[in-house]
Write a protein that binds this ligand. Structure first.
Ligand SMILES: Cc1cc2nc3c(=O)[nH]c(=O)nc-3n(C[C@H](O)[C@H](O)[C@H](O)COP(=O)(O)OP(=O)(O)OC[C@H]3O[C@@H](n4cnc5c(N)ncnc54)[C@H](O)[C@@H]3O)c2cc1C
Length: 470
C-alpha cells in the first residue's frame, strides 16, 4: 500500500478516533488517522468524567491503570437537588465510581497506545470530501487524497465526513447560554458533584480531585449568544442563586459559553463509511456521557471491522448501527431529561422539581436503573430469536482459574471462551475460577456473543461469523 492508503481511515483524533485506531492497529489492521489539528495535544478539557463501563473497556486494553495513575477524584455518588444521592459505589464492577479526569488525559493515553501499536496519525490534514466507488473510499484533504476499504468519521459534532456522505443530523437546541468554568474555590461544597436549581438558574459543580473544580451554570435571566464575551461574575451570580454561595470562585483557567444540541444521525453506516462519537450523536452534558458514549461506539465497531477484514461476513458491520444507535438514542433521552429537570427545578424555585426527582430516585429499582444507564454498566444489546437470553449482555470481569482476570485476557482485541476445553485458535480458552456450567463466548468488547451448553460446532460457527478466519 502507498503511504496514502490503508485498510481503514479514521477521521478525527479525538477520544473516539484514537480508541478505534488503537484497537485496529493492535489487531494488525493498517490504519491512518486524519486530523485537522497540529500535533500538539489540547489542554482544554471538555469531558471530565470517565464512567465505570468506560474504565472497564480501558481495562480490557490494559489502559485503566495508566489513566488512574494520573490521579483524579473517584466519586462514589452523585448528589442531586440537595436531597437525593445516587450511589455508584453499589455498582458491581472493579470501578464503582466516576473518575474525574480531564479529557486530555484520556486522549494522551489513547494516542500513546495507538501510535505504539502502529497507527499513523497525519496532522494538519483537514478532510474536505469523501467519495465511495468500486469498493474503495477516497478521502480528500488539504494534504492530498487518501484511500481505504472503510472510513470512520470520528470528526466530532461538525463532522465533515457526515456532511460529505449527505447524512442528515436532525434534532434541536435543548438549552442555550450554558456557562462553563474551571475554577479554584475558597469554600468548596460538602458534596461533589452536586447539582441544584432555583431562582431561575441551575448549577452543577464537581471537583477534579486537584485544586480545580468544574462548574456548569445556567441563568434564565442571563441568556446570550455563544460568542458573547463571558465574565466569571455571571457564573458566580448563577451559583449564588442556586447554592446561596459562589464558594469563593477564583482563578478561572477556562471559561466559556455554549449551547446544548440534541441530535442523532438516522444511521451510523452509509456503505463503507461509518460515523462514531459526536459525529453520530450529541446531547446535553448532563450525566457526562458524550465522550463515554463515543468511546463505547469505537469499542463496538473496531473488532467488527477487524473481523470483516479478516474474512468474517460483511453483515457483521450492520450490527454496529443496530447495537449502538439505540444506545445513542437512550443517551439523548436521559441526558435531555436531566437537563430539562434541572431547568424545571430552576423555575419552580422551591422543592417541587427536587421532590419529584427525589421521590423517583429514592425508589431503588429506578435509582439503580438510572445508575446503570449513566455509568454504562447497565447497557446491553439485543439478541436474535433462538439465542441464549444472556447474548448481548455485558460480561462482568471474572477471576479465572489460572489466576488471571477475564478482562486481561480480552486484551489485544481477543475473543475469550469461558471454558478451558474449547480449542479454537480464534479465541482464548479460559476457565472461570467459579464455573457455573454455562459456556460463554465473550466478544472483544466484553459483551456475550454466544452462550450455551458444550457445543463445539455452534461455537465454531459463531466465531466464523464474528471473528473471521484464524
Ligand atoms: C462543555 C462540554 C463539556 C463536556 N463534558 C463532558 C463530560 O463530562 N463527559 C463526557 O463524556 N463528555 C462531555 N462532553 C462531550 C465530549 O467532549 C465529546 O462527546 C467528545 O469530545 C466526543 O469525542 P469525539 O472523539 O467523538 O469528537 P471530538 O472530541 O470532537 O474529536 C473530533 C476530532 O476530529 C477533528 N476534526 C474535526 N473536523 C475534522 C476534519 N474535517 N478533518 C480532520 N479532522 C477533523 C477535531 O480536530 C478533533 O480532534 C462535553 C462537551 C462539552 C462541549
Amino acid at each position: 500500500m502507498s503511504n496514502q492508503q490503508a485498510a481503514v481511515i479514521v477521521v478525527g483524533a479525538g477520544p473516539t478516533g484514537l480508541l478505534l485506531a488503537g484497537d485496529l492497529a493492535e489487531s494488525g489492521v493498517e490504519v491512518i488517522v486524519l486530523e485537522r489539528r497540529g500535533a500538539e495535544l489540547s489542554n482544554l478539557s471538555r469531558a471530565f468524567g470517565v464512567h465505570a463501563r468506560t474504565l472497564e473497556m480501558l481495562d480490557a486494553r490494559g489502559l485503566a491503570d495508566e489513566l488512574l495513575a494520573y490521579g483524579g477524584a473517584r466519586l462514589g455518588g452523585i448528589r442531586l437537588f440537595n436531597r437525593v444521592s445516587l450511589h455508584l459505589a453499589d455498582l458491581e464492577t472493579r470501578f464503582p465510581y466516576l473518575l474525574m479526569t480531564p479529557q486530555y488525559n484520556v486522549e494522551e493515553v489513547l494516542q500513546k497506545r495507538a501510535l505504539g501499536a502502529g497507527a499513523r496519525i497525519v496532522h494538519d490534514a483537514e478532510v474536505t470530501g469523501v467519495d465511495q466507488a468500486d469498493g474503495k473510499v477516497t478521502v480528500h484533504t488539504g494534504a492530498g487524497d487518501f484511500q481505504a476499504a472503510y472510513v470512520v468519521g470520528a470528526d466530532g459534532v461538525g463532522s465533515a465526513v457526515r456532511k460529505a456522505i449527505g447524512m442528515p443530523y436532525p434534532g434541536e437546541a435543548v438549552l442555550k447560554s450554558i456557562m462553563l468554568a474551571d475554577v479554584k474555590l475558597t469554600d468548596p461544597p460538602e458534596h461533589s458533584p452536586a447539582i441544584t436549581g432555583s431562582h431561575g438558574a441551575f448549577c452543577f459543580i464537581a471537583s477534579f480531585g486537584d485544586e480545580y473544580w468544574r462548574v456548569f451554570a445556567w441563568n434564565s435571566e442571563d441568556q446570550k449568544a455563544d460568542d458573547d464575551p463571558i465574565d466569571l461574575e455571571e457564573i458566580k451570580e448563577a451559583t449564588r442563586r442556586t447554592f446561596g454561595t459562589d464558594f469563593g470562585m477564583h482563578d478561572a483557567r477556562w471559561i466559556s459559553r455554549f449551547h446544548s444540541d440534541e441530535r442523532q444521525v438516522p444511521s451510523y453506516r452509509d456503505g463503507d463509511v461509518f460515523l462514531a462519537g459526536d459525529a453520530a450523536h450529541c446531547h446535553s452534558p448532563a450525566g457526562g456521557q458524550g465522550m463515554n458514549t463515543g468511546l463505547q461506539d469505537a469499542a463496538n465497531l473496531s473488532w467488527k471491522l477487524a473481523a470483516v477484514l479478516n474474512g468474517a461476513p460483511e453483515a457483521l458491520l450492520d450490527t454496529y448501527d443496530a447495537e449502538r444507535h439505540p444506545v445513542g438514542k437512550m443517551v439523548l433521552t436521559t441526558s435531555g431529561a436531566m437537563i430539562r429537570l434541572a431547568a424545571a427545578r430552576s423555575r419552580v424555585g422551591g422543592a417541587i422539581g427536587g421532590i419529584a426527582a427525589g421521590a423517583a430516585l429514592r425508589f431503588k429499582p429506578i435509582a439503580s436503573r438510572a445508575m446503570g444507564m449513566i455509568s454504562g454498566i447497565g447497557i446491553h444489546y439485543g439478541h436474535e430469536h433462538g439465542d441464549h437470553r444472556l447474548v448481548g449482555r455485558r460480561q462482568a470481569d471474572v477471576d479465572l482459574a489460572d489466576g488471571s482476570r477475564l478482562y486481561e485476557r480480552l486484551r489485544g482485541g481477543r475473543f475469550v471462551v469461558l471454558d478451558s476445553a474449547v480449542d479454537d485458535p480464534r479465541a482464548v480458552a479460559a476457565a472461570s475460577a467459579e464455573p457455573d456450567g454455562l459456556i460463554r463466548v465473550v466478544r472483544p468488547d466484553g459483551y456475550i456473543g454466544w452462550a450455551g451448553e458444550d457445543d463445539p460446532r455452534a461455537i465454531a460457527a459463531h466465531l466464523d461469523a464474528h471473528a473471521g478466519r484464524s
